[in-house]
Design a protein around this ligand. Structure first.
Ligand SMILES: Cc1cc2nc3c(=O)[nH]c(=O)nc-3n(C[C@H](O)[C@H](O)[C@H](O)COP(=O)(O)O)c2cc1C
Length: 149
C-alpha cells in the first residue's frame, strides 16, 4: 500500500502512544510503517517515504513541544510537493490554545506543499488517558488508511 513515516514529538509519552496505535492500524491495512521520535529524524528522511504523518503535543502557551522545534524549522525549508499526509497530537482543553502545535505544523506542511489527506486528530487528555480514547484514534487511522489507498 505504500510506505509511511510517522514522526512524533512527545514529552510524557501520550502522543507517542497515539503514534503506536496509528501504526498498528496502518500496518493492518498493509502499509509499510516506520514510527520514530523527532529527535532521531531529519527532514531529509521524509523524502524516502510515500506518506508523512506528524504528531506533536502542545506546551507552554500553545507552543510546539521543545524537541520538535528543529525538525519543524527544517520542514519549512524543504519542498513537500507530491507528498500526502496528516497531523495529530495530544493537548489539554483547559489551556486556551488547545492543540495549537497541531495547527502550527499543519500550516507549515501545507506551505511546504504537502497535501492533507484527512482533518487532523486532536486528543484531549481531559477526556481520559490515551488508552481510553483508543476507539477515536483507531477510527481516525482507519479513515486515514482509506484516504491513502
Ligand atoms: C506546562 C504545560 C503547558 C501546557 N500547555 C498546553 C497548551 O497550551 N495547549 C494544550 O492543548 N495543551 C497543553 N498542555 C497539555 C499537554 O499537551 C498534554 O499533557 C499532552 O497530553 C502531553 O502529551 P505528550 O506526553 O505527548 O507530550 C500543557 C501541559 C503542561 C504541563
Amino acid at each position: 500500500m505504500g510506505t509511511v513515516l510517522i514522526v512524533y514529538g512527545s514529552s510524557m509519552g501520550n502522543t507517542e502512544s497515539v503514534a503506536e496505535t496509528i501504526q498498528d492500524v496502518l500496518e493492518n491495512a498493509d502499509f509499510d510503517v516506520t514510527a520514530q521520535n523527532v529527535n532521531e529524524t531529519s527532514a531529509e528522511d521524509v523524502k524516502n517515504y510515500d506518506y508523512l504523518l506528524v504528531g506533536c503535543s502542545t506546551w507552554g502557551d500553545g507552543e510546539l513541544w521543545d524537541d520538535f522545534v528543529p525538525f519543524h524549522d527544517e520542514l519549512s525549508t524543504i519542498s513537500l510537493q507530491g507528498k500526502k499526509g496528516a497531523v495529530f497530537g495530544c493537548g489539554d482543553s483547559n489551556y486556551p490554545q488547545f492543540c495549537n502545535a497541531v495547527d502550527i505544523i499543519e500550516r507549515t506542511l501545507t506551505r511546504s506543499g504537502m497535501e492533507t489527506a484527512i482533518k487532523s486528530l486532536k486528543i484531549d487528555i481531559v477526556k481520559g488517558d490515551v488508552d481510553e480514547q483508543i476507539d477515536t484514534i483507531e477510527e481516525w487511522a482507519q479513515k486515514l488508511a482509506d484516504s491513502l489507498q
